[in-house]
Design a binder for this molecule. Structure first.
Ligand code: PMP
Length: 461
């Protein structure tokens, strides 16, 4: 079943790649010019290095966006099917967020005191994710870093257990990989000490989880409700309940990373599938594109924050060291309040789920019409293609069926025709402002792409 069953002539992929790359660069003179300037003041000409590798072609410089579309400095307009890695699922200009943030900005954006919006957002998330206690950060990475710290504080243990194919953010603890059974830092520059405290097993393998939990004291297990960074990998029936029971039996904290899956369902998959966890982490998208992160905890876990006062009762410290100067700022919380209550509503999620079904059906029809032995991922608003007849159950299987070269040429072909789908490990997804015409545009370009590859015929100019 695996490895991949791409039956397309490799030389055709390479030829199309060259042709599309030349067109991409030729049609973007202003971005090329800016890249020369940017290279003089930033490594690879980008403000964060991930942007250099993210697109598999030279970066473009963007100017503005509206709804589900954005525009680059050369005037090209793109339908964003990746939503800036699921951070702009509310679209580029969600009206209630624009209004709330504009008003708040004119009244002050940072006080380093609590604000009323914090209470409102915490209560809204508490309701959606069934977690009574919340803390805020400015990214999902920071939410995960603090969740791990809280779990370590709660258990007095150090080891964390992750699943192969995971991504939980920009922290040494989780930027690790298992090579020949040994957990190592993903790249140079990361702490080798951090990786010593990490174990990695395959998704859907409860026996492997149990073996680790039996072997040593584990502080926490971190898992996504579905794996989202190796295409989509769904849990076997009983997988999450099994994790819940095993972590209960062995005294480990269970953390659900809903950073991406919050885009798929109202209240995330925690709510949709009635999942149990001690901590839920969020980020990226619930402030309408404004930087934010958060984690929700059970009352028991939140006890690690219990206040301790000194003998005269005047000085308070909390026993968990978390927080940052701009974390929980009024601007991000005001944005989150507007996004959650006025954009990320139940009916808006029904809308993207319906369009997500159309997208997956359309992709499936295109693949089947061309007799390609591939399978189609379906996860509410998100879809994707696995280059194998069956969907993978583990990251090992997903890696075997992956095809970076094919994904790369698809991305650049689409970009040349106004469809932006950046991250190669993620399939297309629907954002709240999209309408069915947007899905049709995506499907047309995807069908044209495959025809050009398979038949060698150009269907457009
Ligand atoms: N968790 C998951 C599941 C993610 O996919 C990501 C980013 N792709 C993160 C956490 C970290 O998000 P950020 O880079 O915004 O901190």
């Amino acid at each position: 079943m695996f490895p991949n069953t791409v039956i397309i002539d490799r030389s055709r992929i390479k030829k199309l790649r060259k042709q599309e790359e030349e067109r991409f660069v030729a049609e973007r003179p202003r971005s090329s010019e800016l890249l020369i300037q940017a290279n003089k003041c930033m490594p690879h000409g980008v403000p964060m290095s991930w942007m250099a590798s993210l697109f598999d072609h030279q970066p473009i410089f963007s100017t503005e966006g509206e709804g589900a579309y954005f525009i680059d400095v050369d005037g090209h307009r793109y339908l964003d099917m990746g939503q800036s890695d699921l951070s702009t699922i509310c679209g580029f200009t969600p009206a209630p967020v624009v209004k709330a943030v504009t008003q708040q900005m004119s009244k002050g954006c940072q006080f380093l005191t609590p604000c009323e919006a914090a209470i409102s957002v915490a209560n809204e998330l508490a309701e959606r994710f069934s977690k009574p206690q919340w803390q805020f950060t400015l990214s999902a990475s920071s939410a995960n870093a603090e969740a791990i710290r809280v779990a370590r504080r709660a258990t007095g243990r150090e080891t964390i257990l992750l699943f192969d194919g995971k991504y939980h953010g920009h922290l040494d603890d989780t930027l690790v990989v298992s090579r020949n059974g040994k957990v190592e830092p993903l790249t140079e520059g990361l702490s080798s000490l951090a990786s010593k405290n990490v174990r990695i097993v395959q998704y859907n393998d409860l026996n492997a989880v149990e073996a680790v939990l039996k072997q040593e004291p584990v502080a926490c297990v971190i898992v996504e409700p579905v794996l989202t960074n190796v295409g989509i990998i769904t849990p076997d029936p009983g997988f999450h309940q099994g994790l819940w029971e095993l972590t209960r039996a062995h005294g480990a904290v269970l953390i659900h990373d809903e950073t991406h899956t919050h885009a798929f369902a109202f209240g995330g998959l925690t709510n949709k599938w009635s999942l149990n966890a001690d901590i839920v982490t969020l980020g990226k998208n619930f402030a309408g594109g404004v930087a934010i992160g958060a984690y929700g905890m059970s009352e028991g876990i939140a006890n690690v924050f219990s206040k301790e006062s000194d003998t005269d009762g005047t000085t308070y410290t909390t026993s968990a060291l978390t927080g940052g100067t701009l974390f929980g700022n009024v601007l991000s919380l005001t944005a989150a309040d507007a996004a959650l209550k006025q954009v990320m509503t139940k009916s808006a999620y029904s809308h993207i789920t319906k369009l997500g079904g159309m997208l997956a059906d359309g992709i499936e029809a295109i693949v089947q019409d061309r007799n390609l032995p591939w399978s189609v991922q379906r996860m509410y608003c998100r879809s994707g293609v696995t280059y194998a007849p069956n969907l993978p159950r583990t990251a090992e299987e997903a890696f075997l069926s992956a095809d970076a070269e094919l994904n790369g040429v698809q991305r650049i072909y689409q970009a040349n025709r106004g469809v932006w789908e950046a991250v190669s490990s993620a399939g297309p997804a629907i954002s709240f402002p999209m309408v069915s015409d947007d899905i049709e545009l995506y499907l047309k370009v995807y069908a044209d792409f495959l025809d050009e590859l398979l038949l060698g015929e150009s269907t457009d100019g």
